[in-house]
Design a protein around this ligand. Structure first.
Ligand SMILES: Cc1ncc(COP(=O)(O)O)c(C=O)c1O
Length: 393
């Protein structure tokens, strides 16, 4: 059997039609398959490779840390310098209230930890989330996912969860003194790039403060420069009580985090002690990689041209088959008629060496979320191929 057949046979599948490209190398904006075919990456591993694939500084940090030490002990007991250095660097780039970082292995685990923290800190149980939101696939994260189709097969889920309409002022009255936390993606990703109004997010912040509910903002997909600022919430002039990070946080390695004020985070230390436990969370190699990646993002000024690049995409993506383009920096959703039309364009793109995808709750939209290092000529190439795919509809 060849590798593809072995993949289908022995690697657990989550779809009956995986892309099944056999990628053997990736660097910067590109990937190559086993036949040597080159692909331009327009989805960055779903917002992970914001600084491109295999950034040399990240590779070096991984190599150095791997030969210094890897796993030592479960989370939180030893002083591990890669964790300390990354937590310190991260908090220096956050509002001063977000000064304590709990590292996890994934975004879903960050969501889980944050929900637990909110319940412990407030002594309340109700969790409020929003329609069309995505916060992960574990049972807790699934319970707050804002789409019944994806949730329903796994019931019973967490009790005391409410889903409100996103970006609706009237709905904010549902947040009360019973509410432990309200969790929202700053920019909804899987909904097909939906940005709430500034007034709405500010009103949400205000309502949480008034009722004592913790505001959790999920920037797992939209953070790390994706929107042109380091954090998406900066553009709204609000500060969450808990921030969720993942994806690009590890520079290509698995890493998540929930970040809060140290006083809030302290709830996890008592009654019971070890309020949240992980063996591998904050793995030293992942933290070393993440720190190198974040330094590259900032020191190489990768966010500087995000707005200009977004503008170029918007200029080029003009076609009668396009119903709308929603964007927030280098996070774009190109809306077509329906999923079959979108799938046809996606297949055309992949055939022509451009990797793109659809969104979980917006299957009619093409996902364009490239590494931030994309160059003007690569934007032109990608758009040309997308437009030629649209011509086939
Ligand atoms: C906004 C958001 N939150 C949470 C997650 C879950 O992260 P992970 O897949 O690392 O568990 C994702 C993943 O796509 C996401 O986009």
């Amino acid at each position: 059997m060849n590798n593809r057949q072995l993949f289908l046979q022995h690697v657990a599948q989550t779809s009956d039609a995986p892309l099944a490209l056999e990628i053997v190398k990736a660097e910067g904006m590109y990937m190559w398959d086993a036949d040597g075919k080159q692909y331009l990456d327009m989805i960055a591993g779903i917002s992970v490779c914001n600084i491109g694939h295999c950034h040399p500084a990240v590779v070096k940090a991984i190599q150095e840390q791997a030969q210094t030490y890897m796993h030592l002990l479960v989370y939180g007991e030893f002083v591990q310098s890669p964790q300390v250095a990354y937590a310190t660097y991260l908090t220096r780039h956050l509002p001063s209230s977000l000064n304590s970082v709990y590292f996890t292995n994934s975004g879903s685990e960050a969501t889980e930890g944050a929900m637990k923290l909110a319940k412990r800190h407030t002594g309340r149980t109700e969790i409020i989330a929003f329609k069309n939101s995505y916060h992960g696939s574990t049972q807790g994260s699934l319970s707050i996912m804002g789409d019944e189709y994806w949730r329903n097969a796994y019931r019973p889920l967490l009790p005391d969860v409410q889903h409100l309409l996103h970006n609706s002022m009237e709905m904010l009255d549902s947040i009360t003194e019973r509410t432990a936390c309200v969790i929202a993606e700053t920019i909804q990703g899987e909904a097909g790039v939906l940005a709430p109004a500034v007034e709405w997010l500010q009103a949400l912040r205000k309502k949480c403060t008034e009722t004592g509910a913790l505001l959790i903002l999920d920037e797992i997909q939209c953070g790390f420069g994706r929107n042109g600022t380091l954090w998406a919430f900066e553009q709204y002039d609000v500060v969450p009580d808990i921030l969720l990070l993942g994806k690009a946080l590890g520079g290509g390695m698995p890493l998540g985090a929930f970040i809060a004020n140290r006083d809030v985070m302290w709830s996890l230390t008592n009654q019971p002690v070890l309020g949240h436990i992980t063996t591998f969370g904050g793995h030293p190699v992942a933290c070393a990689a993440g720190l190198a990646g974040m330094k590259a993002l900032i020191e190489e000024n990768m966010m500087k041209e995000v707005a200009a690049k977004e503008k170029l995409f918007l200029e080029l993506l003009q076609h009668p088959r396009i119903k709308a383009v929603r964007s927030r920096g280098l996070m774009l959703a190109v809306e077509l008629e329906d999923f079959p039309a979108n799938k046809k364009v996606i297949d055309h793109c992949i055939k022509n060496g451009v990797i793109t995808d659809w969104f979980l709750f917006a299957p009619q939209c093409i996902r364009l979320v490239p590494p931030l290092i994309i160059k003007e000529e690569e934007i032109r190439t990608a758009c040309k191929i997308i437009l030629s795919g649209l011509d086939t509809l």
